[in-house]
Design a protein around this ligand. Structure first.
Ligand SMILES: CC(C)(COP(=O)(O)OP(=O)(O)OC[C@H]1O[C@@H](n2cnc3c(N)ncnc32)[C@H](O)[C@@H]1OP(=O)(O)O)[C@@H](O)C(=O)NCCC(=O)NCCS
Length: 172
């Protein structure tokens, strides 16, 4: 059976349980995020409220046959005003959805949207090792700019974080 084409769209409040479930997998099982406690989606309303579809901070989801299998977003890099033209981006797919090009599609859609905003730089923070994330970021134009040594501790050990940066050339 052929798979239906994935759909990429802006997130809606009803997506919050599925988004949280995907994220919680990586919180519990991996060092990929430095959150250490799972979330209840009901406590994520404030987080969801930070997104701004028309502005610099979109939250996109990817669905296959109606099932949400991934999400990607931009959020402020820092809260001081001169940082406004820089965002931090990230992406999470359900663990069974990797390796089929969905990450490329979803992250490309996010970056295309950012390209039309007053954004000069996007940054990814990749806790190492994470070959998949590094490969995806580099494929889509991010370059390595800095390595923070043993900056986070999870599961009783320290992890390095690779900063990667993408420049939007057509900025206003
Ligand atoms: C990172 C992630 C989004 C990648 O999504 P994906 O759908 O597997 O990526 P794609 O299939 O589009 O592959 C993108 C590129 O990365 C490469 N790649 C994917 N996984 C890889 C791996 N484990 N090792 C090396 N390269 C890998 C692919 O070959 C592809 O390159 P190509 O087109 O030149 O062949 C996905 O693996 C994921 O959700 N991981 C867990 C969450 C995470 O790490 N998020 C990022 C936090 S910084």
């Amino acid at each position: 059976m052929t798979r239906a084409e994935p759909v990429i769209r802006l997130a809606e409040p009803g997506d919050l349980p599925a988004i949280t479930e995907i994220y919680n997998h990586y919180v519990r099982e991996t060092h990929i995020t430095f959150d250490v406690e799972s979330y209840d989606w009901r406590d994520r309303q404030a987080w969801f409220g930070r997104f701004d579809a028309a502005g610099r901070y979109p939250l996109l989801v990817l669905t296959e046959q109606g099932r949400l299998v991934g999400y990607a977003h931009a959020l402020p890099l820092k809260d001081r005003a001169a940082y406004d033209t820089s965002v931090e981006t990230t992406i999470y797919l359900n663990p069974d959805a990797g390796g089929r090009g969905l990450g490329t599609r979803l992250y490309s859609a996010l970056l295309a949207r950012l390209e039309t905003r007053d954004i000069h730089k996007a940054y990814g923070l990749i806790a190492l090792p994470n070959a998949g994330s590094l490969a995806l970021h580099e494929k889509l134009g991010f370059v390595k700019v800095g390595l923070l040594h043993e900056v986070g501790r999870k599961f009783g050990r320290y992890y390095d974080v690779q900063w990667v940066e993408r420049t939007f050339e057509n900025r206003i």
